[in-house]
Design a protein around this ligand. Structure first.
Ligand SMILES: CC(=O)SCCNC(=O)CCNC(=O)[C@H](O)C(C)(C)COP(=O)(O)OP(=O)(O)OC[C@H]1O[C@@H](n2cnc3c(N)ncnc32)[C@H](O)[C@@H]1OP(=O)(O)O
Length: 497
């Protein structure tokens, strides 16, 4: 049962509109194919009422109404009427699963609570609703007031309840405890359909859900992206993957291939960002970063595990950065259809490692630029070298430069001002060249671009067209800094004239 639209929406700061709720509900049932969805708590607000109405309208026209559930309260029938008016047919009644909660929150005795629960269930049944019952704080109840829990389950076993929903409300259980509690209850109440509802406070939601299934529960409550109050609920994608791989005797209806697209849609509607390392759906989880891993992928798939990205409609990626070896880069080049000689591959690898060392993020879109820059770089010592410079830019003062270059091993230092920093740089060069009786090439066109996609924070390319003694020259410079990339393009020109 997916409870993204009920418990997931209890994520702090998240509120879905009625249309968003309808879209998510439709996707969950028709594309992802979860068995059931819990879409709201009763009584919350008028907006919530309208959202539930929209979903039940659609669900009843399309045969899904029995799979749409609403959480209700023991409140003398108010929330039963709320959900009836909203057109829902399955109620998940929130009752107390620990003596602590019953005594201190509802301030009732077990007898009073059981009587009110019974009355609410009978009312719901008389109105044609199906009834499931939550035992809120059940996990602490098992720890601290087991007698109460057992007496309550004995009482429930006499009522026509469809499912008994066992929440680890505060996410306190560890797997061995889940195993012990669930196996005991499954043995004691073989006719009950138990659902387990895991929270993730110790990051054990997935492990606990797996353990609950291994010990006989029939249903799990999960949310897309692990959304939910505090640390959230057990995340749908991780649990589905682990059940498919490690619990092959259970039938899972969810279509793994659509997990990622549904996760992205919920991320966008909720504004709740998926951490990049979130298993199955996080941006980085199918990206090999270390060169050794990329190399092993080519050699008999040595770094293969069952979580292959294609299962989830995703693809393996190879990150570019300081831990890239040539295998990473070859994999990226192959995707772009580029083949380089061993020597050029080495140079490109070296450049990417240098960029990574400076904490720059290099993306596959940067690769063609890096290749063209590396292959365009001189292999022998250049006659003209830009050695040092200080560029200044300040408010209401002209940009200026102090520049030191060498020409054929001789050092020249010059100061100049300009309309911008690059203009000042070119003016200083002009002075040095004039003193040497040489003429600098004239700038004809100056273009700056970044690799497509806008996802590169590493690189910027400046392409400058020059004219020199009737000849046209085009030079390129690549750097993370725009002015530096222009200076690199200019140095190339200085060695061509
Ligand atoms: C496991 C879970 O995640 S449970 C989540 C349940 N869902 C929600 O809480 C949805 C969001 N909640 C809300 O919008 C509101 O809390 C409402 C509409 C349900 C109730 O609002 P209010 O009447 O303003 O009460 P408030 O928010 O303070 O809730 C506390 C009241 O609920 C009562 N309550 C707690 N559990 C239950 C229960 N299972 N059945 C009935 N009443 C309950 C408390 O005793 C308290 O009542 P009191 O004020 O008479 O002492």
């Amino acid at each position: 049962m997916d409870t993204t639209l009920r418990d997931g929406e209890q994520t702090s700061g998240v509120s879905f509109s009625a249309s968003e709720k309808l879209t998510i509900a439709q996707l969950l049932l028709t594309e992802l194919k979860v068995d059931r969805i819990e879409i709201a708590s009763a009584r919350v607000s008028e907006g919530e009422f309208q959202a539930v109405k929209k979903i039940t309208d659609w669900a009843s026209k399309n045969g899904y109404l029995d799979q749409v559930e609403v959480l209700t309260f023991v409140d003398g029938g108010t929330s039963v009427n709320w959900m009836l008016d909203a057109g829902a047919k399955v109620m998940n009644l929130l009752t107390k699963g620990s003596l602590n909660h019953l005594t201190f929150q509802l301030k009732k005795t077990p007898e009073q609570h059981f009587a009110e629960v019974k009355a609410t269930i009978e009312l719901a049944l008389s109105k044609g609703l199906k009834v499931n019952v939550y035992l809120e704080d059940w996990s602490n109840g098992m720890r601290n007031s087991k007698e109460y829990v057992i007496s309550y389950l004995d009482f429930l076993s006499q009522l026509p309840v469809d499912r008994v929903l066992l929440p680890d409300t505060l996410g306190v259980l560890i797997p061995s405890e889940v195993a012990a509690f669930i196996s005991e209850l499954v043995a004691r109440y073989p006719s009950f359909h138990f659902d387990f509802h895991a929270h993730n406070d110790y990051d054990l939601g997935t492990a606990n859900a797996l353990e609950a299934v291994r010990n006989g529960v029939h249903g799990l409550h999960l949310t897309v992206n692990g959304m939910g109050e505090r640390a959230g609920n057990a995340p749908l994608a991780s649990v589905i993957a682990v059940l498919n791989d490690y619990q092959k005797d259970v039938e899972v209806s969810v279509d793994e291939k659509t997990l990622y697209s549904v996760s992205k849609l919920v991320e966008s509607f909720s504004g709740f960002r998926i951490p990049a390392n979130k298993p199955v759906v996080g941006e980085n989880v199918f990206t090999q970063t270390a060169g050794i891993h990329a190399d092993g992928d080519k050699k008999n798939n040595l770094y293969h595990n069952d979580l292959m990205p294609e299962r989830f409609g995703r693809e393996r990626k190879y990150a570019l950065g300081k831990t890239s070896g040539k295998a990473n880069i070859e994999n990226n080049l192959a995707q772009l259809g580029i083949h380089l000689s061993d020597e050029d591959l080495k140079k490109v690898t070296q450049r990417i490692i240098e960029l990574g060392d400076r904490k720059e993020v290099v993306t596959p879109n940067d690769l063609p630029y890096i290749i063209s820059d590396v292959l365009d770089s001189p292999t022998t010592e250049e006659r003209v070298q830009v050695l040092n410079y200080v560029l200044t830019h300040s408010k209401e003062l002209r940009p200026s430069v102090t520049l030191k270059i060498s020409i054929d091993g001789k050092i020249y230092e010059e100061h100049a001002q300009g309309d911008g920093q690059y203009d000042a740089f070119v003016n200083a060069l002009e002075i040095i060249f004039k003193k040497n009786g040489k003429e600098l090439a004239q700038l004809q066109d100056y273009a700056v671009r970044i690799p497509p996609g806008g996802d590169s924070d590493a690189l910027c390319e400046t392409i400058i067209t020059w004219s020199h003694q009737g000849r046209e020259l085009i030079t390129r410079g690549l750097d993370c800094d725009q002015t530096v990339s222009a200076i690199k393009a200019t140095q190339k020109m200085l060695n061509l004239i």
